[in-house]
Structures are given as C-alpha cells and as structure tokens.
Design a protein around this ligand. Structure first.
Ligand SMILES: C[S@@+](CC[C@H](N)C(=O)[O-])C[C@H]1O[C@@H](n2cnc3c(N)ncnc32)[C@H](O)[C@@H]1O
Length: 308
C-alpha cells in the first residue's frame, strides 16, 4: 500500500547522466556504483533488440500477459501499489500494469529505456530510469510489488541478483519472477531439440549485430514456424492436448512479430542460465520470499512470493 505517500519516491543516488527522450527525462545511474553482476555485451545486445522490437499493440500485450501474470491478482497489484519493473526492456509489461497500479518505476540498464519511452508514451503514473539491479536508486523496502520478467537468467549471478531485487520490496509486499526453466517438466525428445538449438544460440549470439538480426529472422521462419504451424494445425483438427506437447506451441496464438522478437531474444543472447522449479523456489526462499506460488502453464517458470 502507498499509505498516502506522495509518489514516486526520491532517488537516493546521484545520476551520472540525464537524457531528454521523446516523452520524458531519463536519469542514468548505471555508473553511480560499482556493478560486478552485469554482462555489458548482453545489455548492449538487449538495447538493440528492444529498439528494433517495441511496437506491441495493447491486444498483443494483454494476450501474453494473461499467460505471464495469471498468478497476479488484485490482492497483489491494485490502485495503491507502488511497483518496480526491473529489466523492463521495451516496457511492454509496465504498459500492462499502467492502469492497475498506483505508480510504476520502469528500469533497465540498456538503450531499451528509449524504446520504453516510445512504447509507454506520456504518463504521470510512470517513470523510466536507466539502472541495473546493483544500481537501483531507491532505498531498500520501497516497493509494494516488484517484477523481473525474463531478466535474472541473463545476469552472471542470478541468485545474488534476486536477493538485491527482493531487498527493494517492503515486508509483506510481493516479488514476481519469470526465469528460464531447465526443461525439468519435459521429455527426452524435447530436451534433445533444445540442446541442438542451444548450439545454434552459442554461435549466432556471438555474431555482429546486423548478421545476428538477419539470421534470427531466418530462424523465426525455419526453426519456429514449422512447429508453430503444426501446433496450429493439430489444434484446428481438435487435437489440442497433442498440439500443446509440441515445442514452441506457446507461440501458436502469437503474431509473427512476436515470434521474430523472441527468436532474436532467444538466439541472440550470449548469456543464459536455466533453473529447475526446485532451484528457483530455493533461490526465492533464500532471498527472503515466502508463500511462493508457481504458474502451472507456460511460460516456465513464473512465480510470485511474499517478502517475509
Ligand atoms: C529478455 S529482456 C526482458 C525485457 C522485459 N522484461 C520483457 O520481458 O519484455 C532482459 C532485460 O534485462 C536487462 N538486464 C540485463 N542485465 C541487467 C541487470 N544487471 N540489471 C537489470 N536489468 C538487466 C536487459 O537490458 C534487458 O532489457
């Protein structure tokens, strides 16, 4: 709860830079403190990715958010909630919560902040800040709700990063994560396909930016679309359960734009860690979260916990 306090909270660090973007001023804290838990190549690559892909319609955002945030209800995010989106990228999930929360701090260490500024437009309920998990310019226990969606697995030490994030949440507040799964709920065939695709990722992610973007577009067609089309076909003929067993079936209802974006996200990123559900639960507990709940459906794994 905001307890009637004026929002947003003041920064407690001095920015090292300030940008005048299209809709707002953006303060930069990325160099305000030493930060050992960040991979700058990964951050640069994400800055490029989100400046290429930031035109998501409300319909697209809502469709994906129904899957990601099925475990978030009004008892967690409501009109009194002061929240932070850590590693916001294009800002698409902040956009989803804009009319649900009291105020949102959207934070990213990359050039994605400029893409987020475009997607999120002018709003007096949101501030964009350039910072990493280790340079978040707010005191501990500031937020009612925090989320880090698809971020922590791209950080050298995921466990440490999660601890830093949870420190910013008030006692009794909630923290949500989506962290890549180790395919712990999948069979051998699925896992084998994944390991082949991972070899491709290791090669593609090291390529120069223009080549990487082109190859990821090709992969969207040749690696994603065959599975997605088969999944759509099986669903169309009434074999919904079977269609859901296919790799990439979660994209069956997504646009080609989202598929291209995710192909670049997946194959274009040099550093990714993967965790089992049990490992994520253990990290969340160690970070000080209780009442941990996992979503049962894709995306795996997404979970929310309460700060004790
Ligand atoms: C896969 S993107 C996810 C973006 C957004 N949450 C989404 O799901 O659309 C990962 C994001 O994490 C950010 N990131 C990488 N390292 C970070 C760090 N140390 N602290 C905060 N964010 C970081 C990247 O800049 C990137 O925008």
């Amino acid at each position: 709860m905001t307890n009637g306090k004026a929002l947003p909270a003041d920064y407690n660090l001095t920015p090292t830079n300030k940008y005048t973007s299209r809709n707002r001023e953006i303060a930069d804290f990325t160099h305000s403190k030493e930060d050992a838990n960040i991979d700058m190549d990964v951050v640069k690559s994400f800055g490029e990715e989100w400046n290429k892909f930031h035109e998501f319609s409300k319909k697209t955002i809502d469709l994906i958010c129904r899957e990601y945030f099925d475990i978030i209800d009004e008892s967690i995010v409501n009109k009194d909630t002061y929240m932070i989106d850590i590693g916001c990228g294009s800002g698409r999930w902040s956009e989803y919560f804009l009319d649900k929360a009291a105020f949102i701090e959207a934070v990213d260490p990359s050039d994605a902040v400029f893409a987020a500024d475009k997607l999120l437009g002018k709003s007096d309920k949101l501030r964009i800040t350039r910072a990493s998990i280790n340079t978040l310019p707010w005191p501990d226990e500031t937020f009612d709700f925090g989320m880090s969606v698809g971020v922590l697995h791209h950080i050298p030490d995921t466990r440490l990063a999660l601890e830093e994030c949870v420190k910013k949440i008030k006692k009794g507040g909630h923290f949500y994560v989506y962290i890549y799964y180790k395919l712990d709920n999948r069979g051998i065939l699925f896992k084998s396909l994944f390991y082949c695709s991972d070899i491709i990722r290791r090669v593609v992610s090291k390529m120069p930016s223009f080549l990487k973007k082109g190859i990821c577009d090709i992969l969207a067609v040749v690696a994603y679309m065959p599975f997605i089309l088969l999944s759509r076909l099986l669903k169309w003929v009434g074999l919904k359960k079977l269609s859901q067993m296919l790799p990439l079936s979660a994209y069956a209802n997504k646009s080609f734009y989202v598929i291209r974006n995710d192909s670049l996200d997946r194959f274009g990123t040099k550093l990714e860690h993967r965790f089992t559900k049990a490992e994520i639960e253990s990290m969340m507990k160690e970070a000080g979260l209780t009442n941990i709940r996992f979503g049962n459906d894709s995306a795996f794994w997404h979970a929310v916990g309460q700060r004790s």
